[in-house]
Design a protein around this ligand. Structure first.
Ligand code: SAH
Length: 343
């Protein structure tokens, strides 16, 4: 597959070596990488400082990753959902979410997802494959090209489980952050996991300032195992102690994502249990009113129930935020990503 040697998947040293074979000096590598990461070139034709011959040679030896825009939907609120087709025909989604102060890009780490969370649309079509470093960075490059560099924040909250594609996600995150890469502040990059404990442990040792989010979504093992099969492998006790250890080791706050589902996770009992799980370590919770997925049976709680849940947590001293849904009219909200145009 050509995508394994695409330009965005190569290290600078490898690129220099590839250029040497073509009789080119190493400064060309800087020229090419600057055109990509600073000027958002999405093809060699955009890099006019290179000769036509060299552009052609590079296009066949180290091509740009293939992310063919197959569909684009723009929401009333400015959210844009891109659907891309990859070199092997797999499809992935990427969502651009602008607000007054920032623009966040929600990127996918895998084609499909194998974790099968009961409430999520991403797993409905099953698991396909890991994305390459180039396919992960390619989403950002494409969005920066289209929005003239508006993206300021990145969240690995599209389709897939980042810690199930650990090496490629980490390599991509490093290039998102690197001064010679996209140069996005580490604190503006968030990796979200459904609770893959070995990934959390490994990430704790990376010494990076990237934000960690954990999709908790339930306050006890009975409900969590029912909603998230991963909980059978890494139950709450194991997961929370990995999160505590992460917070202690890195001195960084962990964000727990918590979906509010009517009569299931948004109850007074759940608020009490959640507050207990969060006691005594550096964490905050982001409450996400459930976004309805039409094939699935779960419902959003009433406004009063959501407000009541939040108030109970705050009374227990828990730091909490409530996420406003974005792009609901184009099925771009959390958990609604799914390839709707499959052959
Ligand atoms: N696999 C990673 C990354 C995906 S992030 C993870 O689980 O964290 C996508 C986020 O949206 C997760 O927190 C996921 O649980 C949440 N989500 C999935 N379906 C949802 C829905 N219908 N409504 C609201 N949030 C949902």
């Amino acid at each position: 597959m050509s995508s394994t040697t695409d330009i965005l998947s190569l290290s600078k040293d490898t690129l220099i070596a590839r250029l040497a074979v073509l009789g080119e000096k190493s400064y060309r590598a800087t020229q090419i990488l600057d055109s990509i990461f600073k000027k958002y070139a999405t093809s060699y034709n955009d890099i006019t400082t290179l000769s036509k011959e060299l552009r052609e040679q590079l296009s066949s030896t180290v091509p740009f990753p293939i992310l063919k825009e197959t569909d684009r939907r723009t929401s009333k609120d400015g959210t844009i959902k891109f659907l891309f087709t990859l070199s092997d025909g797999e499809m992935i989604e990427t969502v651009f979410i602008p607000t007054e102060k920032r623009a966040t890009l929600c990127i996918s780490s895998q084609a499909g997802c194998k974790f099968g969370c009961a409430f999520c649309a991403s797993g409905l079509l099953g698991w396909k494959r890991n994305l390459t470093v180039g396919e992960i960075l390619g989403q950002v490059l494409y969005a920066q090209h289209e929005t003239k560099g508006a993206v300021s924040h990145i969240v690995f909250m599209g389709t897939g489980e980042p810690f199930d594609n650990y090496d490629n996600v980490l390599a991509a995150a490093k290039m998102l952050n690197a001064p010679e890469g996209f140069h996005i502040a580490a604190r503006h990059i968030t990796i979200s996991t459904c609770g893959v404990v070995p990934g959390i442990e490994r990430f704790a040792g990376e010494g990076m300032q990237i934000e960690l989010s954990v999709s908790l979504h339930a306050s006890n093992d009975t409900i969590r195992s029912q909603l998230m099969p991963v909980n059978k492998k890494y139950p709450l006790k194991v997961l929370i102690s990995a999160c505590r250890a992460y917070a202690q080791k890195t001195n960084r706050q962990v964000t727990l994502e918590y979906i509010l589902i009517r009569d299931l996770t948004c109850t007074p009992m759940a608020a009490k249990e959640l507050a207990r799980l969060m006691k005594g370590w550096l964490s905050k919770v982001n409450l996400i009113p459930y976004n309805v997925v039409k094939e699935l049976p779960y419902l959003t709680p009433s406004r009063e129930d959501i407000a009541g849940f939040k108030m109970m947590l705050e009374r227990s001293g828990v730091i909490c935020t409530l996420r406003a849904p974005r792009g609901t009219d184009i099925a771009a909200a959390c958990g609604q990503l799914r390839h709707s145009l499959r052959k």
